[in-house]
Every structure is written in C-alpha cells, then in structure tokens.
Design a binder for this molecule. Structure first.
Ligand SMILES: NC(=O)c1ccc[n+]([C@@H]2O[C@H](COP(=O)([O-])OP(=O)(O)OC[C@H]3O[C@@H](n4cnc5c(N)ncnc54)[C@H](OP(=O)(O)O)[C@@H]3O)[C@@H](O)[C@H]2O)c1
Length: 264
C-alpha cells in the first residue's frame, strides 16, 4: 500500500501533469511536484508561450526539468496526448472556468491510465458551503464537476483548503484594502467566527503529498491546521499589538454587509 511520499512499485515517482501551471496557484503546484521528485509536465496554451510575462516562467520551468506540452482544455487531442504520458493530473484553472474540465474528464476516461485526478477546487468544500447566490455559481459548478468525476469512476482527491493567505488576510479582512488599516477597522458580525488561512505553497505541498497516498483516494482532503484558524477579533488584536495602537471598531451586521454587497 503506497503511503505519503512513497514511490510507486518499481521505484519510480508518479508522473504529474499540471494544467494551469502558469497561474498563481499552478506555479506552486509545479514547484511542489518538482521538490518531491516527480517527473513534472505542464500543459500550456500555444499563445501563452509567446506572452511576455509567461515566457520567462516557462523558461525557468524548462530549466528545472518540467516537460512543457502544448495544449488546452478545449483541445481534446492535445489532452489525450498529454494524459497518455502521465499518471496524475492536477488542474488549477480559475473558478470561473471549472466547467471547462468536462472535456478533460472525458479525455481522462478515454486515456484510461490516470491513477489520480485532482480537479480545480482548492477552496471551501462545494458540497458543504452555503452561499447567498453571490458566488457566480462557482461552488455549484465545482460540485457539478465532482459528480461528473464520480459518474465516470475516475480515481480522485478533492482538496478543500479554505482561504489562500493572499486573499483577505493582508488587509485584515477589509474589502478594497491591500494593507491592514491603521485607524479604523470594520468588524463583521460578532467578529468571533474563525476562518482558516493557508499559504498557497503549503496547499501545493499537501496536494502533492496526497497524490500517491491511498488514504486520500476518492476522498476530500481537508487542510485545517489549527494554528491557521483565526477570527477577525483575534487578527485585529494581533495587529494592534504589532502597531502598539488600538483601532476604532466599526461593527457591521450581517444584514448591512449583505446589503452593501448587493449594492456593489
Ligand atoms: N482558496 C482560495 O482562497 C482561492 C483563491 C484563488 C484561487 N483559488 C483556486 O485556485 C485555483 C487556481 O486559481 P488561480 O487564481 O491560481 O488561477 P489563475 O492565476 O487565474 O491561473 C489560471 C491558469 O489556468 C490556465 N488556463 C486557463 N484556461 C485554460 C485552458 N482553457 N486550457 C489550459 N489552461 C488554461 C491559465 O493559463 P494561461 O497562462 O494560458 O492563461 C493559467 O495558467 C482554482 O481552483 C481556484 O478556485 C482558491
């Protein structure tokens, strides 16, 4: 039985294909896969090779040993060709594009060689999250992709990690700000509800650890390190101690928050 970080039978490491490797989170997946010694492949769209911001990154991938494959989620033959070279597929396309994974699922089924598929999720559990119809159906679409994977009997792991640290945390959860406030802070509700904030590189490392671990097969992997769970009141207090200054608290009720979101 293969456990965390173990090699496959025959001493080789799983070959990992990352789709969305030039994206913010995809880059972390590529780094984590290389760091764990997996032969790593990236499916890259043709125009992206000549994009100024991406070409430097792609050159650094190549120099690190990543095999770059031309293709896209809309191009079935390119998907099939890429899949035939690997054991594991990790997709990191943005939430707005998750339904584009349907063709990939068909290709995985047809290729018949994929031992683990990690679809693009990396957030709250779409089967559990409750939203008030303000998420552009992101979670509904992610749940739809789960059902397609399960219907096709594709071996999978879903990664549920809550918030990436780069979201909300740098502003102390103040929408519109990029840095923490220094005079006033809005506290939403009681301010006591905890959220989990995880570093993208840690999510990527755990994802790579999960791919060959039989305990994560066909399961949701929840990343909830207790040291990463903080309420807004706790975060505010940490920041106040760091600044040596108290902030003026503006309390915002749930109704007020929903109204302002709808308004914007
Ligand atoms: N938990 C959180 O707080 C949180 C926050 C943000 C994102 N996420 C999750 O992280 C994941 C990735 O998001 P991200 O923000 O890192 O994405 P991103 O930076 O927008 O990157 C998207 C990647 O997908 C590629 N791509 C787009 N369409 C494609 C297609 N048709 N075929 C092949 N590749 C395609 C892009 O390639 P090009 O370079 O060719 O455009 C790019 O590499 C998603 O699952 C998202 O839900 C979680």
């Amino acid at each position: 039985m293969a456990m965390v970080g173990e090699e496959k039978a025959g001493g080789s490491r799983s070959k990992v294909l990352v789709i969305g490797a030039t994206g913010r989170f995809g880059q972390e997946l590529v780094k984590a896969s290389l760091a764990a010694g997996h032969p790593t492949y990236a499916l890259v769209r043709e125009p992206t090779f000549s994009r100024a911001d991406a070409s430097l990154l792609l050159r650094s991938f190549s120099a690190s040993g990543v095999t770059l494959l031309k293709g896209s989620l809309q191009d079935f033959p390119s998907l099939l060709e890429a899949l035939k070279q690997v054991d594991v597929v990790i997709c990191a396309v943005p939430s707005s594009q998750v339904l584009e994974q349907k063709l990939l699922i068909r290709a995985i089924k047809q290729a018949g060689c994929i031992e683990r598929f990690i679809p693009s999720e990396f957030g709250a559990d779409p089967d559990k999250v409750q939203t008030v119809e303000m998420d552009h159906d992101f979670y509904k679409k992610k749940a739809e992709i789960r059902r397609c994977i399960e219907k096709e009997g594709i071996p999978h792991t879903y990664i549920s990690c809550n918030f990436f640290q780069r979201y909300l945390l740098p502003s102390l959860i103040q929408p519109g700000l990029k840095t923490p406030p220094t005079d006033k802070v809005k506290i939403f509700g009681s301010g006591n509800v905890k959220a989990v904030f995880v570093k993208e590189s840690d999510v990527a490392t755990f994802t790579i650890c999960a791919i060959d671990d039989t305990r994560t097969l066909n399961k949701v992997l929840y990343l909830r390190p207790s040291g990463n769970a903080y309420s807004q009141n706790e975060l505010t207090e940490i920041w106040e101690v760091k600044m040596g200054k108290k902030l003026e608290k503006i309390h915002v009720t749930e109704e007020q928050l929903l109204k302002s979101i709808h308004g914007s």
